[in-house]
Design a protein around this ligand. Structure first.
Ligand code: UFG
Length: 331
């Protein structure tokens, strides 16, 4: 059995749905602080907060014999919020994970898949960013995730907990069957905001900065489909279960091609035009802490996990996200 902590959230819910589809027994732990009960899609849900050590310990003690792998998605993940309130980030993203790892260790559960982030790298020194790139995060969110990556190395050598940390670049898209999708509140991510401007759930989209050192002046990011993130988690799980992976491993997950904010808006405009929708854009100054370019080199994930992104095209990503936005907006 796989325990998915944070399985009611955006990436976690897609992983749960499709692991279940692949025949894997999945149960969810979530405190429902940002996740949605409706995204769990019939999987068994245990409403437990990872900061509640007692509840977590008793869950793991009761279920230890059945648990093969723990996947951890339950994180606070907004960069600006992490700068304003770092305590919440270190408490949840570090302390909370330590509670999980300690409960695993006590109960002899040794396989862990961890959601990490491009934010562990900070300002890029070269592109695309591979696993050898230095990790100098520039905000508490990135630091909280890097701390856990370091903890995992020590827990591997001392306690034999094997782990795979998957560093997502810009997660986006939605379930191609349109049952689940991105549902953050508040929403801060570019693509869902663009599509909300198209559906009428908001009046416009702000472009934060047109004076970056990029061809059109807007920031470049590597957008990776949530279904491809699912594939990477499944591959990591299989490597751990078959004991091919012993140690603490980290992989960068992106498509290796960067798109500017303006390019994302242009492709979205083309997609929503098929439904006679338009997108109003307002130019704003730079948002604090945004690097000009972030693009992943995922060669190692492709080689070692045999990860093959199937939805790498930006237009496909946007089409799936638009189908979901139309459903949420009742169009
Ligand atoms: N952007 C806008 N307008 C908006 C929202 C975003 O122009 O309304 C721009 C941002 O300035 C940035 C790009 O769109 O250049 C993407 O922004 P997102 O907020 O969608 O994503 P980020 O790249 O800031 O964040 C992502 C992940 C974080 C992770 C970070 C690593 O969502 O979890 O990459 O740097 F920390």
């Amino acid at each position: 059995m796989v325990i998915v902590i944070g399985g009611a959230g955006y990436v976690g819910s897609h992983v749960c749905k499709y692991l279940g589809r692949a025949g894997v027994r999945v149960e969810v732990i979530d405190n429902l602080s940002t996740g949605n009960r409706s995204s769990v899609l019939g999987k068994r849900l245990h409403v437990i907060d990872i900061l509640n050590r007692r509840d977590l310990d008793s869950f793991f003690k009761e279920n230890a014999a059945d648990i093969d792998v723990v996947m951890h998605f339950a994180a606070k993940s907004l960069v600006s919020e992490s700068i304003d309130d770092p305590a919440v980030y270190y408490r949840n993203n570090v302390d909370g994970v330590l509670n999980v790892l300690d409960a695993m260790h006590k109960n002899n559960i040794n396989n862990f898949v961890f959601s990490s982030t491009a934010a562990t790298f900070g300002e890029p020194e070269y592109l695309p960013i591979d696993e050898n790139h230095s990790q100098k995060p520039i905000n508490p969110y990135g630091r909280s995730k890097l701390m856990v990556e370091e903890v995992l190395k020590d827990y591997s050598s001392a306690y034999g907990i094997n782990s795979v940390s998957l560093r997502y670049f810009n997660a986006c898209g939605a379930d191609p069957e349109n049952e689940i999708g991105e549902m953050h509140d508040p929403e801060t991510h570019l693509l869902p905001l663009i599509l909300q401007a198209a559906s009428g759930r908001r009046s416009d989209i702000c472009v934060f900065g047109r004076d970056y050192d990029t061809p059109d002046g807007t920031c470049i990011r590597d957008y990776v489909h949530v279904m491809d993130l699912y594939q990477a988690h499944e591959a990591a799980m299989r490597e751990l279960i078959t004991s091919k992976k012993k140690g603490a491993f980290s992989y960068n997950l992106g498509n290796g091609s960067g798109f500017s904010v303006q390019e994302v808006i242009d492709v979205a405009r083309k997609v929503v035009a098929e439904d006679n929708k338009t997108i109003k854009v307002i130019d704003k100054p730079r948002r604090c802490g945004d690097p000009a370019r972030l693009v992943a080199d995922s060669t190692i994930a492709k080689q070692e996990l045999r990860w093959i992104p199937r939805f790498a095209e930006l237009e496909v990503i946007i089409r799936h996200a638009w189908a979901w936005e139309k459903k949420v907006a009742g169009l």
